[in-house]
Design a protein around this ligand. Sequence first.
Ligand code: FAD
Length: 474
Amino acid sequence: MTAPMSLFRTQSRTYQDPEPIHVIGGGLAGCEAAWQIVRRGVPVVLHEMRPDKMTPAHQTDGLAELVCSNSLRADDHAANAVGLLHEELRRMDSLILRCADAARVPAGGALAVDREGFSARVQVALHGERLFKLKLGEIKDPRRFEDWDNVVIASGPLTSDALSDAIRDMTGADQMSFFDAIAPIVYKDSIDFSKAWYQSRYDKGDGKDYINCAMDKDQYHAFVQALLDAEKTRFKDWEADTPYFEGCLPIEVMAERGPETLTFGPMKPVGLTNPHAPGKRAYAVVQLRQDNKLGTLWNMVGFQTKLTYGEQKRIFQMIPGLENAEFARLGGMHRNTFIKSPALLDETLRLKSLPAIRFAGQITGCEGYVESAAIGLLAGMFAAHDRLGRDNAPPPPTTALGALLNHVTGGADAESFQPMNINFGLFPPADIDDRPPEMRGKRLKRTDRKKARKAAVCTRALTDLDAWAAQTKT
Ligand SMILES: Cc1cc2nc3c(=O)[nH]c(=O)nc-3n(C[C@H](O)[C@H](O)[C@H](O)COP(=O)(O)OP(=O)(O)OC[C@H]3O[C@@H](n4cnc5c(N)ncnc54)[C@H](O)[C@@H]3O)c2cc1C
């Protein structure tokens, strides 16, 4: 670790201090959790396996290393969901946001940082806390330590093999994934229902569980050709052995197997009648399935892909009904360890089957530096409150923290669960009259209405966050 040696002196706990909480993983989530714990007067031991054992992506022995980009994305809390999450984290005394603000480098409207300065600041801040202790070494199974009664696992998307095995043992083998196979997710209100329609194949289930987009023969073949010609992203060297399962092939790989392959796979046109053209059989159909309880987000079934983001937008907007689609998430495939949190975790991130253990960060199925820190903040706060015998009230779902927490702990569909960034589709819709005073009383164009709706969500979120934060302090 690169912090000055004097900072490593272990200042001993006093006899009045509660027993420590153990946090596994000194990344964005683990550091934020540790900070929230010590700031509430509870000792913490942060366990980090680097440098003894490195992950395939980390390059340093520093805490809170940013493994790729140095950007924490857009910083506009009136118009952008991740910007709103920044602001909420600042208001909740987040260590990650405090250090990011201090290590900021110019990046237009984004919050980008000097990565070494950022990591060093996180370390200095943590080591400056009397109740903080860093212990180096891999934790293979937290259940081996009998006196660990309050644990946060924040070991990230590249959790070590031994700990992954232990987690699989705790959760059940089919409750953990080692790579993501992400299909794009579309905001429902950007779908053109003069072309698309609700219907399940053969009217099964509710009869209208899917949104369907039909193609004729020419449209289908133009679409397949576009997939074949499109630019694809490559796996990194250490991801090269990422498995393609037959049931989960990228859409473009399926297209390479033959021009008609997709019409026998995810685009098969059977069991459906297009009410916009009842007498005409579709040549192919793209289906979207509801992705969250709110019904605002819909995933493109079977459309996991390694196309570049630019190509995905261009090609998927060729689909009738999706010409103006807006994507809450684009597709991808990466090495990524995560659990089926919506089925496994309670609303304070505890493993339902083993409540002494909480999860935090990307391993819960959130995606991104800021989101990982956000779930780390909540896990640390909940763990400390448990230790202090205080009640835990999760943040309201109208806040960015609450919307993200709600998504990973039950709002998302557990079966199709895949990692997700914060986005406006995770919030309950806001009344447009909740928008800030300067935007009220005007007739709005379509794009302005969208802006106003986002502004309304942001205004409501910060009001609700402040009320909740005041309550959690009493
Ligand atoms: C290659 C790659 C690139 C990414 N790029 C971006 C990006 O550009 N922007 C973005 O927003 N997000 C990115 N992400 C996604 C994600 O936001 C980051 O991985 C983020 O760092 C996750 O935070 P975390 O705290 O959950 O995990 P991490 O930051 O990975 O921290 C986990 C820590 O746990 C340690 N650990 C693992 N196993 C053990 C063990 N058994 N015992 C003790 N310690 C252990 C690891 O060494 C690590 O320090 C990327 C992910 C990957 C894998």
